[in-house]
Design a protein around this ligand. Sequence first.
Ligand SMILES: *Cc1c(COP(=O)(O)O)cnc(C)c1O
Length: 222
Amino acid sequence: MNIGENLLKIIQELPEHVKLVAVSKTKPDEMVMDVYNSGHRRFGENKVQDLATKQPRLPTDIQWHYIGHLQTNKVKFLAPFVSMVESVDRLKVLVEIDKQAEKVNRIIPCLLQFHIAEEDTKFGLDMDEARELLESDAYGKMKNIRLAGVMGMATYTDDEDQIRREFRSLREIFKQLKVMYFAEDDDFKEISMGMSGDYKIAVEEGSTMVRIGSSIFGARNY
Ligand SMILES: *Cc1c(COP(=O)(O)O)cnc(C)c1O
């Protein structure tokens, strides 16, 4: 199967309200262009260096989602073009995104990343940290970011019940935040969860955005 066929098969399976982020990390420009030429525009990368070098070489109407861990000193490389930062896991990085977005006169949509997996290698906030962030003076003053929802990654495991529980916990977090802080804010609506191995479960549990790499582009060799 070629890349375009992989993409179409996934798009056909996804309910219409679920957005697809094609995760092109480690993949060459030609492969990105195969997907682009099938009509897809939303792509994801998880390294600032890779994204910052890829972006100028590729069509400007690609919507780039940043999905990796983000160091504050690298935000400035993404701010001019990134279409969403999905991986905000602390106030400090949100402060920096707001600052760099202001410099380039943009409003950058962001997701709060939550730690829902068992492994402690995965980054993300817990509910207390999120509340602290959302109630901080610094957040209250921000004008150049827009919080658009939440993101999370389930544990890498064969245990479907566990994956389902973790996705369900992210959906609960989303619902609580929605009621507590975003009841009047229609922009806060995304639950980004689901990757190649678990996106079907994620969709069943309420995902609005899946991030799929290897099922489109093939396995990665690092
Ligand atoms: C790599 C990555 C994905 C996609 O993973 P696949 O298993 O290849 O679909 C999704 N989300 C994040 C945050 C990633 O780093």
